[in-house]
Design a protein around this ligand. Structure first.
Ligand code: HEC
Ligand code: HEC
Length: 220
């Protein structure tokens, strides 16, 4: 565990320096800076996560329907950025908004939860979708347009805050792609939005979501 925490801290500090030259939506906010610098404790994170498990599941695997995303195994930096963005209202999440209004999460709490979640195993029993997505088409689109940021295996990139997208629930992926394309997520990477707006019909979004959902969990 000590090794894991030390590694996370190294990644976080690296991320701080890497992000200095990024576009506005990718720049590190003051709140995120504080979270990245906090020393996350997985033990405390485990206790803190109890308040999240009604929706995200005790093992943080979410729901196969995709209503709630899997959080286990996701990069700690990605979780830290998405949580601080949601808290600040930069990422729109109406379901969690009510929840956040009643609960105060401090920088240290967010860091604790993120390092805990990153260390959890990734379930392969994720929702693969109702078979409406054309996986061959999805593979073609993904390899052309998405690999650059999300990686050939869907592993993402911790130091750039690019999420791991492999083995996530189809329903969640398809919904996020729609939100991102239509500007309903709020904190989206502008290059990705431009890409999706330029030539992605709903059937393309379903295809690429189906492809990502069936990718096996990347090795950590
Ligand atoms: C009332 C249900 C609910 C509770 C409680 C809840 N969440 Fe969520 N959470 C959601 C929903 C729904 C989404 C997906 C929103 C969307 O579709 O845009 C989400 C999304 C997220 C995401 C984004 C995942 C990603 O891949 O970008 C993170 C991170 C997250 N939640 C963390 C937490 C943490 C940490 C807690 C506890 C402190 C928590 N949530 C409590 C419902 C909940
Ligand atoms: C320029 C880099 C870049 C490219 C290219 C890109 N993305 Fe992203 N993607 C991001 C970043 C950064 C995020 C996290 C924040 C955001 O922008 O919403 C993200 C978020 C996502 C999410 C939400 C994940 C989650 O857990 O909530 C999905 C799904 C996704 N991207 C799929 C794709 C697909 C499919 C493509 C190709 C069609 C693609 N992305 C191309 C950078 C990129």
């Amino acid at each position: 565990m000590v090794k894991l925490v030390a590694m996370m801290l190294a990644v976080a500090l690296w991320a701080l320096s890497a992000l200095a030259q990024e576009p506005a939506s990718q720049q590190i906010s003051e709140e995120l800076k504080a979270v990245l610098q906090a020393k996350g404790s997985p033990e405390r994170g485990k206790a803190m996560f109890r308040q999240c498990q009604d929706c995200h599941g005790a093992d943080a695997s979410g729901r196969t329907s995709g209503l709630y995303p899997r959080l286990s195994g996701q990069h700690a930096t990605v979780l830290m950025k998405q949580i601080t963005d949601m808290l600040a209202g930069r990422r729109i999440n109406r379901k969690m908004r009510f929840y956040f209004d009643d609960h105060v999460l401090k920088s240290g709490d967010i860091a604790d939860i993120a390092v805990y979640l990153r260390g959890l195993p990734i379930s392969t029993k994720n929702g693969k979708g109702p078979g409406i997505g054309d996986i061959a088409l999805g593979k073609k689109l993904y390899e052309k347009d998405c690999v650059e940021c999300h990686g050939a295996k869907g592993e993402g990139k911790a130091e750039k805050f690019y999420p791991m997208v492999a083995a996530q629930h189809f329903g969640y992926l398809a919904r996020q792609l729609q939100y991102i394309r239509d500007g309903d997520r709020g904190n989206s990477n502008p290059d990705m939005v431009k890409l999706l707006k330029s030539h992605y019909m709903s059937t393309d979004l379903e295809a690429v979501a189906a492809y990502m959902a069936q990718l096996p969990p990347p090795k950590k």
